[in-house]
Design a protein around this ligand. Sequence first.
Ligand SMILES: NC(=O)CCC(=O)C(=O)O
Length: 279
Amino acid sequence: MEPFRLSICQMMVKNNKKENLQKAEFMIRKAVSDVNSQIVVLPEIFNSPYSIECMEKTAEEEGGITTRMLSSLAKELKITLIGGSIAEKADGKIYNTSYTYNTIGKCIGKHRKIHLFDVDIKNGVRFMESDLLSAGNKVTVFDTAYGKVGIAICFDMRFPELIRLMALQQARIIIVPAAFNTTTGPAHWHETIKMRAVDNQVYFVAASPARNEEAEYHAYGHSTICDPWGTVLASTDEKESIVTTEILPDRVDSIRNQLPLLKLRRTDIYNLETFKTKK
Ligand SMILES: NC(=O)CCC(=O)C(=O)O
């Protein structure tokens, strides 16, 4: 498969949905016009500040203003657009949901965050997503023009079993719209990205918003793209920027052939199981 370019738009998210949508559009267009990216990725909750109050206010149904914009941009620019995530209203509940659109504007992937970020860290961050959000219950892997892609959202990436399941379902690129913070980011962000890439021999793409010092929740930033050998191909600091790299899809096979971790698992001794979930 041919190499292609992938960009993360590490955008500054403000307390104004319309401005956030305009900023996302501006940065997506720039990633395409400046570096000709074929896959463009937005961060977690890109149309609203990451807070319970703001997510509740900005939540929208599928087919609302945000997903319409994502679909039409993907179609116009002929890109695969991983639309970060938004607060999605459905069935009287609210989910943290990521939508992916292909070059004809069709939704080809939808992931609802499975692991809700309910933490209380001494002298650090306290966040209770479950005060508002319901959890998704599906592992999300789908076909794209660039091979199979798996999507997880932020806290999901801390659960190695989930990412391994994606690799076992043939995902070659794992893309994670995220928003770590200034407590857990410096401690765990870089290591987690690297280990998930190395364990599963996948490209691992973690997209954060830029840090807004005026917001209640301070995102860590440092959007990063790591290759299947654990080499960081591109990264940034906490400021607004576009992070781009070239992806060589054949590198996944090359690394897996030389160091056949997935093949050498001892599934006679241990295995991973998934369960049928309630709707
Ligand atoms: N939005 C999130 O899920 C935050 C996850 C996070 O910061 C972490 O440390 O994990």
